[in-house]
Design a protein around this ligand. Structure first.
Ligand SMILES: CC/C=C\C/C=C\C/C=C\C/C=C\C/C=C\C/C=C\CCCCC(=O)SCCNC(=O)CCNC(=O)[C@H](O)C(C)(C)COP(=O)(O)OP(=O)(O)OC[C@H]1O[C@@H](n2cnc3c(N)ncnc32)[C@H](O)[C@@H]1OP(=O)(O)O
Ligand SMILES: Cc1cc2nc3c(=O)[nH]c(=O)nc-3n(C[C@H](O)[C@H](O)[C@H](O)COP(=O)(O)OP(=O)(O)OC[C@H]3O[C@@H](n4cnc5c(N)ncnc54)[C@H](O)[C@@H]3O)c2cc1C
Length: 672
């Protein structure tokens, strides 16, 4: 495999690590990419991006003012967008505009985020999923060609989670064949939409549809908000940026207020429901929630996005841990590499395994999503509830796990991990947002819980359940599982934990309603347990999917690759078994002796994986331009880079800052 040769000598410790690696790195890279041809394609696309203006910053993004950062990000987005439009989509095929490769190369341009991300990330997918063929023909080519730039404006100041509570109205006027968009209250301001504040000239708006005096609930509309030539907001539109945030600092999250703003009837996205010229409302959808389709799509893609972010953090932390030496273990011996500490391995090796677990699960989820779309094309929406339940819990758990693993990577890098130049704070603050946006963690787990409670009741009634909950058919009446200390045994025990928790929720709700509570209150009182049950179900799905997909995908691999991929999957199973010992003790016959044995095997496995740690992160094949990290570069020149980055601080532009003469000196002289 062609690797991008480092310009400098590689740090000797890192070089030694690479000699220790006992499997073929390229083979693992091919597995992660989904095949050798995909690796070749990815590298070709990365070459285009990286040879054409990536990493263009003279001054680090974070050293710029808010305005400069935004302007710089727009400049780079235009260079990048042009490459996407003219060269990269040629390779992926236009239908793959959401390819993770495009997302990955975008990181070479932006440490933080592109103001155009939501254009490709949500605006375009909404057009694809919500337009009639005529509307698609009208809008999609313009959007893909970036003649129009869009945002997705759903959330309001007063409501994000509860979509039915949105207040923006779209009232149909049959005389003029127009909708009038209006923001009737302060809480109805659209709030948060990425790219809306300053960049977009169009947006998709979620609003309550009124026609013939009746509200028909939330629907989507495409709205031109700015003049295409002057970029001035159109009359009736108040739009701006919401202000500094924890991350997303180079983008322009926006607010938007409508004052009786008129749009043509054809601007309602009418794939699933329409308003006729005379104002008659016609619903064609067989399922009430198809306008939520873009959210389901993004939740599906976020699982792979989390794998990518963990792999970046793990690469940085593991390479750094191979270079960093700290603390004398024995007198007169060199300080060990911090990677030699089992506690460090415990923090970091799970990150490698989790990146693989999420990558394989995301491919499987993507295939499930495609199968549901194919069913829906044929008019069958029966498989949608299971997809919604799956995508909800996998989005919630993958973003939440990614966040805590990335934080561990930062801890693993000590003080230097706190430096923005390590890139870990950027990765962390980006992922922190994913736990909230596109459906908050708790809220989405409660959606999955609704599905699980119903499934559990069906299992109780002897009905055969769909694949991801079929374990409830086998385990619904199981009291405590006989502990079986095998890999399959661990997976089964997680299914029994999930079944036990769901069963307990059903019982709590029933007990509460039996004692006179109405169902809504009984559900509410049980929500802490319901969130736990949905998380347990998600863990069972993740463990089972990772294990079975890993076995399938490595069937034809070399023995060494098979071994290391197997070790990672076993590590993942053991890690989670040890994290959940309380649940195991409650729902299985596991003994203290069994758990001690599991702990011992886990610690041995860390030691077995140790020689391959650097090889495993090299297999993620993340080029330095994408990693943006003083700690994680391929050559391991950690200390040199930290010093180089320090010199870039604008505070080092002059030896004495003017504040000394203005403030400090007068203070010192008692002249303030
Ligand atoms: C030019 C290029 C230059 C640079 C570009 C650089 C890079 C780009 C490259 C690529 C981009 C790639 C990737 C980008 C990736 C990501 C995008 C990045 C950022 C995204 C930013 C975030 C955007 C947002 O956050 S948008 C807003 C999202 N909002 C939410 O998610 C709100 C959450 N709330 C809800 O979903 C719902 O309100 C609710 C589900 C909680 C409740 O809904 P509701 O009240 O209506 O329903 P219920 O009464 O609870 O339920 C009734 C039944 O309906 C079922 N249900 C609910 N939802 C669904 C659904 N979606 N599908 C199916 N069924 C659903 C529910 O289960 C109930 O069923 P039951 O049978 O009655 O129980
Ligand atoms: C960086 C970023 C980018 C975003 N980009 C966009 C965008 O482009 N377009 C867009 O439309 N939106 C966007 N959003 C908004 C985002 O989708 C919402 O913030 C998110 O859906 C959460 O909604 P909320 O803020 O109303 O939180 P709330 O719903 O107010 O949640 C607050 C707390 O209440 C809890 N809670 C709420 N409801 C329940 C319930 N039923 N049961 C139990 N607990 C509950 C939640 O768990 C949470 O802890 C973005 C947000 C962020 C942070």
């Amino acid at each position: 495999m062609k690797i991008n040769k480092p310009k400098h000598d590689v740090n000797p410790d890192l070089a030694k690590e690479r000699l220790k690696c006992n499997f073929n790195i390229e083979e693992v890279t091919n597995i992660i990419d989904g095949g050798k041809d995909k690796t070749v394609q990815r590298k070709k696309i990365e070459d285009i991006a990286l040879n054409n203006g990536a990493s263009l910053d003279e001054v680090p993004e974070e050293c710029l003012s808010i305005k400069e950062r935004y302007e710089n990000a727009v400049r780079k987005s235009c260079v990048y967008g042009n490459l996407v439009r003219n060269e990269m989509l040629e390779i992926t095929g236009i239908e793959n505009f959401e390819s993770p490769v495009l997302r990955r190369t975008a990181d070479a341009f932006f440490k933080d985020i592109s103001p155009f991300m939501l254009h490709l990330g949500m605006f375009v997918p909404t057009l694809i999923g919500q337009c009639t063929p005529e509307q698609t023909a009208e809008w999609l080519p313009k959007a893909l060609d970036m003649q129009i730039i869009g945002a997705y404006a759903q959330t309001e100041l007063g409501h994000g989670t509860f979509i039915r509570g949105l207040e923006t109205t779209a009232t149909y006027n049959p005389e003029k064949e127009e909708f009038v968009l209006h923001s009737p209250t302060i809480t109805s301001y659209k709030w948060w939409a990425g790219g809306l504040g300053k960049t977009a000239n169009h947006c998709v708006v979620m609003a309550q549809l009124y026609t013939q005096g009746k509200c028909h609930g939330t629907h989507l509309f495409i709205v031109k908000i700015r003049d295409l030539d002057t970029h001035m907001p159109l009359p009736g539109i108040t739009v701006g940026e919401i202000g500094p945030r924890m991350g997303f600092s180079s983008a322009d999250n926006g607010f938007l207020r409508f004052d009786h703003f008129r749009i043509p009837r054809e601007n309602m996205l009418m794939k699933h429901a329409k308003v006729e010229k005379d104002g008659v409302y016609v619903k064609s959808a067989k399922h009430g929630k198809l306008t939520y389709g873009t959210m389901v799509f993004i939740r599906v893609t976020l699982v792979s996005e989390m794998s990518f972010n963990i792999s970046k953090a793990a690469t940085i932390a593991i390479r750094y841990s191979a270079v960093r030496r700290q603390t004398e273990l024995r007198p007169n011996e060199p300080e060990p590499q911090i990677l030699d500490y089992p506690t460090q391995q415990h923090k970091l090796f799970i990150c490698i395994a989790t990146a693989h677990a999420f990558q394989l699960t995301s491919c499987w989820l993507w295939n499930t999503f495609q199968a549901v779309l194919a069913d829906m094309k044929k008019g069958n929406v029966d498989t949608l509830p299971e997809l919604h339940a799956l995508s909800s819990c996998l989005k919630a758990v993958s973003t939440s796990d990614a966040l805590s693993h990335i934080e561990q990577c930062r801890f693993a890098c000590g003080g230097h991990g706190y430096m923005l130049s390590s890139n870990l704070p950027f990765i962390y603050s980006f992922v922190a947002a994913t736990r909230t946006y596109e459906g908050d963690y708790t809220v989405l787990l409660l959606q999955t819980a609704r599905f699980l409670v119903k499934a559990s009741e069906q299992a109780e009634a002897g009905k055969k359940l769909t694949q991801t909950v079929s374990y409830l058919n086998r385990t619904a009446n199981a009291d405590r599982l006989n502990w079986d200390n095998t890999h399959e045994g661990i997976i089964k025990s997680f299914q029994v934990i999930a079944a036990g928790k769901i069963g307990q929720c059903v019982k709590s709700i029933r007990d509460r309603t039996a004692s006179g509570m109405d169902y809504e209150d009984a559900w509410l009182m049980t929500t802490v347990q319901l969130v736990g049950a949905a998380e347990a179900h998600c863990r069972a799905v993740l463990l089972n999917t990772y294990w079975s997909e890993m076995r399938k995908i490595t069937e034809a691999s070399s023995a060494d690759v098979k071994k290391v991929m197997h070790q990672l999957a076993v590590l993942y199973l053991m890690y989670w078994a040890l994290e959940k010992t309380g649940d195991l003790l409650k729902y299985s016959s596991v003994s203290k002796k069994d758990l001690d044995e599991l702990q011992r095997r886990y610690e041995e496995l860390l030691a077995e994986l140790r020689p391959n740690a650097v090889g495993l992160v090299d297999a993620f094949d993340l080029r330095d331009e994408i990693l943006h990290s003083s700690l994680g570069s391929y050559d391991g020149r950690v200390y040199e880079r930290l010093i180089e980055e320090a010199h870039k601080s604008p505070l080092n532009d002059e030896p004495v800052n003017q504040s000394f003469h203005k403030y400090t000196k007068p203070l010192m002289l008692g002249k303030l």
